[in-house]
Design a protein around this ligand. Structure first.
Ligand code: BES
Ligand code: MG
Ligand code: ZN
Length: 476
């Protein structure tokens, strides 16, 4: 996708006007008949209207409610952009001009963001008609004196990072596996400008990462532990912000095998890792003045005669012992090792992202991620507020002491599952055992991957986390 700032609309090209419902339609240079038609349709609560002008030129009107809530308007704009994007591609248009009347600059940017994000497709595995299926839209031109070229480029870089993440998450296993994930990271590292170090089996063993090693035991692929570093000279923070992402490239459940209906989309169990990778890409590409480290432990959770087993006791990287009660609670085991490894950086803040529990999805549906925080309230609130702005919303759950009761083991320090209730909370409490620094946990199982064609993301991987964290780090 290409985005350009233009000074003046080209009247030969198609254009979309973005405007509040109450805005005077006579500003748009439409004919009396067109205005009459538009007014009529508006009464029917239509959000987008199309006028077919001549020789393939279209005028689209995209209406926003006369709302004052900026955050809500921004998301309405993204949603309008998605339905408009379908229309644009149905008409086989390659470029579209955008001009707004009577809406704030942020809302215009959100609209453009919605156009880019909804134009994403994952076509890699179709063997025929790929060109026919491919969206035609390749260029967006924005006429708005309040918006600079740099702002548009930034928006494009972040959206691009989101789309890379979606590619990674949509990529099936074993085409994407724990051994070639670092190669994918390396090419992004080179493009954006961050460092990558990869720990292999030998180092993982000598670090005694008992969680990562146990989950990997049934796999025919080697485990990897990728360390992504972005440390610009201009960094405002001396102690790094460490991002940790769950990189299970396929979660079969292990010996506690997942049943049909729960296993099909488990290639997406590395969406946390992908979000961390995408955020490092975006932060480096934008050259933000922040010192950020990404940690990505990766393996599949396979079933074989060598798989780790319920009942066994692991000794983790931190030295704590864990009784395995369910091999499908594997994400917390590899995250635990990464979280205790993060201590060596004396981090200012650690944020982990993981498709950790079905329980989180049952709690909040596909409209939010579950959040847990043991930080200054100010930091937590800042992240929640950013969540509203990018509409990657967060619902905060508690880390009360009482939940620790549910993780008590008869034979080890803790066990790896709680009871049948509050599964998202006991998972977070498990992770907390391996942290001793300001820490936020995001359970993105609810919205990392959508099985229905919803909002501007469409079906499949959403790339959730990238816009949230990049904007959060930008405001730091
Ligand atoms: N990867 C799953 C969680 C998940 C579920 C992600 C649905 C995306 C969509 C995780 O490893 C898992 O299996 N969790 C179990 C935990 C249970 C065994 C305590 C779950 O949620 O059922
Ligand atoms: Mg599992
Ligand atoms: Zn999992």
């Amino acid at each position: 996708m290409e985005i350009n700032k233009i000074e003046k609309l080209d009247y030969k090209k198609s254009v979309v006007y973005l405007l509040p419902k109450s805005h005077d339609l006579r500003d748009l240079g439409l004919s009396e008949t067109e205005i009459h038609y538009a007014r009529e349709r508006l009464g029917n609560d239509k959000h987008n209207l199309t006028f077919n002008k001549y020789f393939g030129k279209f005028i689209f009107l995209s209406f926003l409610p006369d709302d004052t809530d900026r955050v809500k308007l921004m998301d309405k704009a993204r949603k309008n952009a998605k339905s408009l994007n379908t229309r644009i591609n149905d008409e086989k248009l390659e470029e579209i001009q955008v001009k707004a009347f009577g809406v704030e600059k942020d809302v215009v940017l959100a609209f453009v963001e919605g156009l880019i994000l909804s134009n994403y497709q994952y076509l890699k595995y179709f063997s025929s008609d790929v060109e026919k299926k491919r969206n035609t839209l390749v260029a967006i031109e924005v006429e708005d004196e309040r918006i600079s070229k740099e702002e548009l480029e930034k928006l494009l870089d972040i959206s691009q990072a989101v789309n890379y993440v979606r590619d990674l998450v949509n990529e099936p296993y074993p085409a994407l596996n724990s051994e070639n994930l670092p190669e994918r990271i390396q090419s992004l590292a080179q493009e954006a400008g961050f460092e990558l170090e990869v720990l292999r089996r030998k180092q993982i063993e000598s670090l005694r990462m008992g969680g990562l090693m146990a989950v990997n035991r049934g796999s025919k692929y080697e485990p990897t532990f990728s360390i992504l570093t972005y440390k610009p000279g201009s960094a405002k923070n001396e102690k790094p912000i460490v991002l940790v992402g769950k990189g299970i490239v396929f979660d079969s459940g292990g010996l506690n095998l997942k049943p049909t209906g729960y296993i099909e989309d488990m290639k997406t169990d590395m969406a946390g890792a992908a979000a961390v990778i995408g955020t490092l890409y975006a932060v480096a590409k934008l050259g933000l003045p922040v010192y950020v480290i990404g940690l990505v432990p990766s393996t599949d959770n396979a079933i074989s005669d060598r798989s780790f087993a319920p009942g066994e006791v692991l000794t983790m990287h931190s030295g704590k012992t864990v009784e395995i009660r369910n091999t499908d609670a594997e994400g917390r085991l590899i995250l635990a090792d990464a979280l205790s490894y993060a201590k060596k950086y004396d981090p200012m803040l650690v944020i982990d992202l993981a498709t950790l529990t079905g329980s989180a999805a049952r709690a909040v549906g596909p409209y939010a991620s579950a959040m847990f925080a043991r930080t200054d309230d100010e930091i937590a609130q800042k992240l929640i507020q950013t969540g509203f702005e990018v509409y990657e919303r967060l619902v905060q759950f508690p880390l009360w002491d009482e939940y620790d009761e549910m993780l008590k083991s008869d034979i080890a320090d803790i066990k790896n599952i709680g009871g049948s209730n509050a599964g998202l909370i006991t998972a977070a409490k498990f992770l907390e055992h391996f942290t001793d620094y300001p820490w936020i946990h995001l359970d993105i199982a609810p919205n990392a991957y959508l099985s229905e064609n919803k909002v501007y993301f469409g079906k499949g991987a959403t790339g959730i986390g990238v816009r949230l964290l990049t904007r959060f780090l930008e405001k730091l």
